[in-house]
Design a binder for this molecule. Structure first.
Ligand code: HPA
Ligand code: ZN
Length: 340
C-alpha cells in the first residue's frame, strides 16, 4: 500500500486529470435532492419521507434490486425542463471531476412508456448538451434499449429517434441482463448500424461470457459496457484484445451490485495486465456513491492502481470515445501536458 503522502499526491493528480466518461446513465445521475425538487415541482408523492430515507434504501444485492428503484426514481422526470436540469446537474459534476468529454446513455423507453414524449427527453437533454459545450465539456448521446422489453419495442423506440438521429452518436443495451442475451436484439442493432449509429451493449456484468461473444459476433458492437466476466475465459480476453475493443468498467457500481465481492479484489489491475483497454466510469453515480473521480480513488486508495495506470486509464477513455481524431488528439495532448 502506498504511504499517506503518496496517496494524497495521487488523489490530487486524479482530481484534475483530463479524462472522458464513457459509461453514464443520465437517469442514474438523479440525486435524491433533485428527485425531491422535481417531485414537488410536478406534484408527485414520493414513497419516501426524506432524502435520507431515500438514500438509506440504496442497498442492493444485485442488478435487479437496483433497477427496481432506479426506474421508480425516473418517474419524477416529466417535462423538457426536468431533462435539462438532470443533464446540467451531471455536466457540472463531470466538469468538477476533470471530465472533458462525456458519452451518456439515456433510456427513452423508461419515459415514453409512461406517456412522456420522446421530444421532451431529447430536447431537454440536447439543450443541456449545448450549454455544457459552452463550458468546455463535449457530450455525445447514446439511445439505450431496455433489454427486458421485446425487440419489437426496441424497433419502435428507434423509430421515435428517427427525426433526431443527428443528435445521437449511438445505441446501447441495458437493464436486466440475465435471460436477455444480445442476440435478442440482432436485427434492431443491424438497423441502427445502417443508420450510421455506433453500437454499445452492456455484457458480462451479471451475464455469462457467452453474452460478450454474442455482443461481438452477432451485434458487432464497437464498445463493451462492463465486460467483467470476460476474465473467466482467456480465449475471450484474447479476442477482445485483438479486436481492440474498449471496456467501460464501473468499480463502485460493481461493488454496490455485488458483481465484485470486495473492492480490494476489483479486476481493473487484471484487465490492464491482460492488455484490455479498460476505462473507469461511474455508471449511476447518484445510486452508487460516487462520480468518476471517486471510482478512480476507490482503486488508488486501495493500492490497486498507481500513477501510470491512472494515466493509461485516462488515455484509454479518450481513445475509446466516439470522437473524431482531431478532438482525441487535443484531449490526449491535454493529458500529456498535465502529466508533465
Ligand atoms: N446495468 C444494466 N442496466 C443499467 C445499469 C447497469 O449497470 N445502469 C442503468 N441501467
Ligand atoms: Zn451501465
Amino acid at each position: 500500500m502506498p504511504d499517506a503522502a503518496a496517496l494524497t499526491a495521487l488523489d490530487a493528480f486524479v482530481a484534475k486529470l483530463p479524462k472522458a466518461e464513457l459509461h453514464l446513465h443520465i437517469e442514474g445521475s438523479l440525486e435524491p435532492e433533485l428527485m425531491f425538487q422535481l417531485a414537488q415541482r410536478n406534484g408527485i408523492d414520493l414513497p419516501f419521507e426524506s432524502v435520507e430515507a431515500l438514500r438509506a434504501a440504496y442497498d442492493f444485492s444485485n442488478l435487479q434490486d437496483f433497477l427496481d428503484i432506479y426506474y421508480q426514481g425516473a418517474n419524477v422526470l416529466r417535462t423538457e425542463d426536468d431533462f435539462y436540469d438532470l443533464g446540467m446537474a451531471y455536466f457540472r459534476r463531470a466538469i468538477d471531476n476533470g471530465v472533458r468529454h462525456a458519452e451518456i446513455f439515456f433510456d427513452p423507453q423508461t419515459h415514453t412508456d409512461r406517456g412522456i414524449p420522446y421530444a421532451f427527453v431529447i430536447d431537454g437533454l440536447w439543450r443541456a448538451v449545448q450549454d455544457a459545450q459552452k463550458l468546455g465539456l463535449s457530450v455525445l448521446l447514446i439511445h439505450s434499449f431496455l433489454r427486458h422489453l421485446s425487440e419489437e419495442a426496441a424497433f419502435d423506440s428507434l423509430k421515435m429517434a428517427e427525426p433526431y438521429l443527428d443528435r445521437l452518436v449511438g445505441v446501447g443495451l441495458d437493464s436486466s441482463e440475465v435471460g436477455h442475451p444480445p442476440s435478442k436484439f440482432a436485427r434492431v442493432f443491424a438497423k441502427a448500424r445502417e443508420k450510421g449509429l455506433k453500437l454499445c451493449a452492456h455484457a458480462g456484468e451479471e451475464g455469462p461470457p457467452e453474452y460478450i461473444y454474442e455482443a461481438l459476433d452477432i451485434l458487432h458492437i464497437d464498445r463493451i459496457d462492463h465486460g467483467n466476466r470476460s476474465l473467466e475465459d482467456p480465449a475471450l480476453v484474447a479476442r477482445i484484445v485483438k479486436a481492440g475493443r474498449t471496456l467501460t468498467v464501473c468499480p463502485l457500481s460493481n461493488h454496490k451490485l455485488c458483481v465484485v465481492k470486495d473492492l480490494d479484489l476489483h479486476p481493473i489491475p487484471a484487465m490492464l495486465k491482460a492488455g484490455l483497454k479498460a476505462t473507469i466510469n461511474s455508471d449511476d453515480p447518484a445510486y452508487f456513491g460516487g462520480y468518476v473521480n471517486d471510482n478512480y480513488l476507490a482503486l488508488t486508495r486501495r493500492g490497486l492502481i498507481g500513477r501510470e495506470d491512472v494515466l493509461t486509464l485516462a488515455r484509454n477513455s479518450i481513445n475509446g470515445a466516439f470522437l473524431d481524431d482531431a478532438r482525441k488528439a487535443a484531449l490526449l495532448a491535454e493529458i500529456d501536458a498535465y502529466a508533465g
